[in-house]
Ligand binder design. Structure first.
Ligand code: SAH
Ligand code: SF4
Length: 359
């Protein structure tokens, strides 16, 4: 019997060495104990409801060149696309008709007046077509505080910007020299200043990433008092500079398991935040997102991107459901969520309870 594990799981406040201990668990019974505790805390603090954010992958045009990402600007093997306004509104309408509470608009990173104006217009139109009812999350990378403010005033109220890793040295290894960790953090501060429910996250299983790095990531989330997290396994993407590292990574299954542990430990640390089951979990294990629900996550992002664009928005290899219509995915996902023991919070925004308290 491991008394240390019980003692740690019942602590009010986890210190760094506790996090390292939990992330390093390798005995199946111990891991199950961790997962059960996380699910118990989820049930108690945020409930067994899963909120949907219909994902609209608006454009794969990107000005950045992150070494890990399939749609980085230097990757010439993708046809670049941007959805038409009608296609975006149709996808949002589908979300509304399916009674999803919210949509996420995600895209490569473009900083330009034309892009800003376009997003402002789309956000306002989605608000009006749904009578203000659809919640809108944006995930459009680094922008100035002024631009974030415009997005917010147009009606978006959540924003996701992953820090990717809080180890600055590792950050500089996975990005070209003109990508700045400092700016990333500044952007997160701007998002909070503007009033967004602010989300971040990291990739798990990056080359040379240690358990201590991951513990530091968790500490960063707590120190930053973040409202929402989306984190998942790093998955090598062909035609990217980091594809060459694929043979020195943890196995995909190990990255998956580590991602589940990160979710569970985070749920124990930050009881009332929203945690997404990243799609990358499903790229490794078919029911990966549902397994995420069982260890503490409470958000899923069903894909609403028109099928004709999906193959061109592959941030990583083996991205699931690239040829499946949203209408088909819908029933299958609902059944899976129920099977996992949760229910879907249809028609609800499912905002971060933590954000409500923070305000
Ligand atoms: N351009 C925006 C949004 C799209 S990218 C941005 O960068 O914020 C969204 C997320 O996809 C990134 O934050 C990154 O964490 C994730 N991602 C990109 N490539 C990945 C890979 N190879 N494996 C796992 N996740 C990846
Ligand atoms: Fe562009 Fe985002 Fe991919 Fe970086 S992670 S290359 S910013 S889409």
């Amino acid at each position: 019997m491991d008394y240390r594990l019980d003692e740690i799981l019942n602590r009010d406040f986890l210190e760094k060495d506790h996090l390292i201990y939990l992330l390093s668990l390798n005995n199946e019974n111990d891991i199950e104990k961790l997962f059960n505790k996380a699910y118990e805390i989820k049930t108690k603090y945020v409930g067994r409801k899963v909120y949907y954010r219909g994902l609209i992958e608006y454009s794969n045009v990107c000005a950045k060149d992150c070494y890990y990402c399939g749609i980085r600007k230097s990757n010439k093997s993708y046809k670049r696309y941007t959805m038409t306004d009608d296609e975006v509104l149709e996808a949002a309408k589908a979300a509304f008709d399916y009674n999803y509470g919210s949509v996420v608009i995600q895209a490569g990173e473009i900083e330009s007046e034309a892009f800003t104006n376009k997003i402002v217009k789309l956000v306002s139109e989605i608000k009006s077509l749904s009578d203000g009812k659809l919640g809108i999350t944006l995930s459009l990378g680094e922008q100035t505080e002024e631009v974030y403010k415009k997005f917010f005033e147009a009606g978006a109220h959540r924003y996701l910007l992953r820090i990717e890793t809080t180890n600055e040295n590792l950050y500089s290894k996975i990005h070209p020299a003109d990508h700045s960790f400092k700016r990333r953090v500044e952007c997160l501060h701007s998002l909070k200043n503007v009033g967004f429910q602010t989300g971040t996250g990291v990739m798990i299983g990056l080359p040379d990433q240690t358990i201590e790095d991951l513990a530091n990531d968790l500490l960063f989330f707590r120190e930053f008092d973040i409202d929402m997290i989306g984190m998942g396994p790093f998955i090598e993407a062909e035609d990217t500079p980091m594809f060459k590292d694929k043979d020195r990574l943890l196995s995909k299954k190990e990255r998956f398991n580590l991602a589940l542990k990160m979710i569970a430990v985070l749920r124990i640390m930050m009881k009332d935040i929203n945690i997404a089951s990243a799609t990358a979990l499903q790229a490794i294990i078919e029911d990966g997102r549902e397994q995420g629900l069982k260890v503490g996550s409470n958000i899923i992002m069903p894909n609403l991107t028109p099928v004709k664009y999906r193959a061109d928005y592959q941030l990583y290899d083996d991205k699931p459901c690239i040829d499946e219509e949203a209408s088909k995915c819908r029933h299958c996902l609902d059944a899976r969520v129920r099977y996992a023991g949760d229910e879907v919070g249809y028609g609800e925004w499912g905002d971060s309870k933590h954000f409500a308290k923070r305000k």
